[in-house]
Design a protein around this ligand. Structure first.
Ligand code: M6R
Length: 610
């Protein structure tokens, strides 16, 4: 959840580090810090605030040295104070550590170290690492051996980068269940928790595996395992344009990413549709193509927004491919006793590819020997590497903490995947072709919805003061309602619930009065009439209603105080379109309340702890 950076090389270290850290701020933003080896000593700066506050502090400094470390924190152990900010240090300030993750046995280790005379100055679990490295270096180990010995003692999840004045020409990085990427070129050597941080300097990156340790020097990177065996690592090419990781004139990443959706869906579809065959080409599934033909049951596993995309994926796969499909929250999956069938496959859906809950569910499936697939946006991420095969979203970097373009690209991938599976089964050429033609027409329809952004902004302004909100839909748009509610609560802090409109009468309708508005997704589809009845039930209890309807259906407007109409779209693909006004609504409510939608409180973009 925290962002870590390390740099060693000839460039202006502070500028480089701060620019990279800024790109990682979405991972955590309650405190920030840096440390650098200058003239044989570690000097540092830490703030209990955002990255910009650290940048202000650093303006007063003139540091030329490397190696250096930078960190943006999402607190797990200890409040977001200056003392708890990273880097964390050993007793003599000869070792500095930045860490993403949780050290589960830090209390026992701290007790042991205190008995040996180590003095702690923070409440963090991370500080234990610094003292352990100090201990082992004191016993004569090199920095990498000291980190390796530390890894033998610590339990939990970590991506770490460590520097030491005793071994000042290197950074040592290590990984256990938290992403670490290393890279080196003529500009120097880099460590980061996310490709977005360093893609500006190097497009070729090495992703560390669990239990691996990298020594980054000016001339290159060497990776070894716990037994000190040298590992030959493949460099992964990240083809992101740096502009994709910048706001490009927009006030926030979230609105930039919402507005990018026509292009991101096009990118997801590019080169994958074979219209004449009514079929789909998914290179990442080629090696398991034959195995997939025999699959009789699918389970989709994900968290948060990706979970809601999976719920829609279930409908798509069952309707288009005719395969019974289950959806489960990745976090819950491994805690239930689930019988495994012989012809089952599991798909893991994740924007980041690093969500700890999803990774743990994947570990469980891999241990059972079942076929695992990934639907992932970040190229080279853990889920993409630990699954048997998979499909990349190609949505480009998503920086806004609230997921938007990743969701629509996941839906586009799930539609392609459904047609791919369907054509292996009973889906006819014409049926396949029809779905794909409709899918291809979606980007231009999304553009039309985006043109209504000012209209949606006006509606949002009217509703910002409510304390509760309901989002409701049916069938394909029930998960869209859940996603609309999640968007509103995570960035505007308004309590919002997503409901199947039919379920309201089984309890939640008791909450409705004039202070509890509802956003009703009532498109001109198979559920329109049922939705109208459910809306009437809300209105009968004085609940204000915003209607999301279909253009041309003027009659639907009479059921709401406000209405937004979107272009006509076939029902299975409708969430790709209907979610866009909900994203814009949440964004404008948050902005009208003065909140920063890119940095919602208590949240982190990549949730690398369970
Ligand atoms: O990277 P992932 O797709 O695995 O992330 C899953 C969730 O943490 C993520 O979707 C989260 O719910 C977002 N903040 C939603 O906007």
């Amino acid at each position: 959840m925290c962002g870590i950076i390390g740099y060693i090389g000839p460039k202006d270290n502070l500028e480089l580090g701060m620019n990279s850290l800024k790109r990682l701020e979405y991972r955590g933003y309650d405190s920030a810090g840096m440390a650098i080896i200058e003239e044989g000593k570690i000097s540092s700066e830490r703030v209990a605030g955002k990255v910009n506050e650290l940048r202000e502090k650093l303006k007063e400094r003139d540091s030329e040295g490397t190696p250096c470390l930078f960190h943006s924190r999402w607190a797990t152990h200890g409040k977001p104070t200056k003392e708890n900010a990273h880097p964390q240090f050993d007793c003599k300030r000869e070792v500095a550590v930045v860490h993403n993750g949780i050290i589960e046995n830090h209390k026992e280790l701290k007790e042991m170290l205190e008995k040996e005379g180590h003095e702690f100055s923070s409440e963090t679990d991370t500080e234990t690492i610094a003292h352990l490295v100090e201990k082992f270096q004191g016993e004569g180990s090199s920095l990498e051996d000291a980190v390796r010995k530390t890894m033998e003692l610590i339990r939990g999840a970590y991506g770490i980068a460590v520097i030491s004045t005793k071994d000042p020409e290197k950074i040592v990085a290590a990984r256990m269940s938290s992403p670490v990427i290393v890279s080196s070129n003529k500009e120097g050597g880099f460590v980061a928790s996310d490709p977005a941080a360093i893609v500006e300097h190097s497009s070729k990156m090495i992703f560390l595996e669990d239990g691996e340790l990298a020594v980054i020097k000016r001339g290159g990177v060497e990776v070894t395992d716990m037994a000190k065996r040298k590992k030959e690592k493949e460099e992964v090419r990240i083809d992101w344009d740096i502009k994709e990781a910048q706001k490009s004139g927009y006030p926030h990443f979230m609105i930039k990413e919402i507005m990018e959706q026509p292009e991101t869906i096009e990118n997801t579809l590019r080169g994958r549709i074979i219209k004449e065959d009514g079929d789909v080409k998914l290179g990442g599934l080629e090696q398991v193509r034959e195995e997939l033909k025999g699959v009789e049951k699918l389970t989709l596993l994900a968290c948060g927004t990706s979970y809601y995309a999976s719920m829609i994926g279930k409908f798509l796969i069952e309707e288009i491919a005719g395969i019974p499909t289950e959806v489960d929250l990745a976090s819950e999956f491994r805690y239930r006793k689930r019988p495994y069938g012989r012809r089952e496959a599991f798909a893991f859906i994740s924007q980041s590819g690093e969500t700890a809950d999803t990774l743990k569910a994947l570990e469980e499936v891999n241990n059972k020997g079942a076929l695992s697939l990934g639907i992932v946006n970040v190229v080279g991420s853990s889920i993409s590497r630990y699954t048997d095969a998979g499909i990349y979203n190609h949505a480009g970097p998503e920086i806004g903490v609230a997921s938007t373009k990743a969701f629509t690209s996941q839906l586009a991938v799930l539609t392609l995947f459904s047609v791919f599976l369907g054509r292996q089964r009973n889906l006819s050429l014409n049926e396949g072709r029809e779905i794909l033609e409709k899918l291809e027409s979606l980007p231009s329809k999304v553009r039309e919805v985006l043109e209504k952004k000012d209209e949606i902004k006006e509606v949002a302004k009217k509703y910002g003061e409510y304390e509760n909100f309901l989002f409701m839909g049916r069938r394909y748009n029930f998960p869209t309602a859940l996603e609309g509610a999640l968007k509103l609560k995570e960035i505007s802090y308004i309590h919002a619930e997503g409901y199947s409109a039919a379920e309201m009468k089984h309890g939640a309708i008791a909450l409705i009065d004039e202070s509890f508005p509802a956003f009703a997704i009532a498109l001109s589809d198979s559920m329109r009439e049922k939705m109208v009845s459910n809306i009437e039930e809300i209105r009968a209890r004085s609940g204000p209603v915003i209607i999301l309807g279909t253009e041309g259906d003027e009659g639907i407007k009479e059921y709401g105080e406000d209405s937004i109409l979107i272009p006509e779209v076939t029902e299975p693909l409708s969430p790709l379109l209907s979610v866009v006004p909900l994203q814009l609504f949440a964004y404008y409510v948050a902005v009208s309340k003065g909140f920063d939608p890119d940095k919602p409180r208590n949240l982190s973009k990549v949730v690398t702890v369970e």
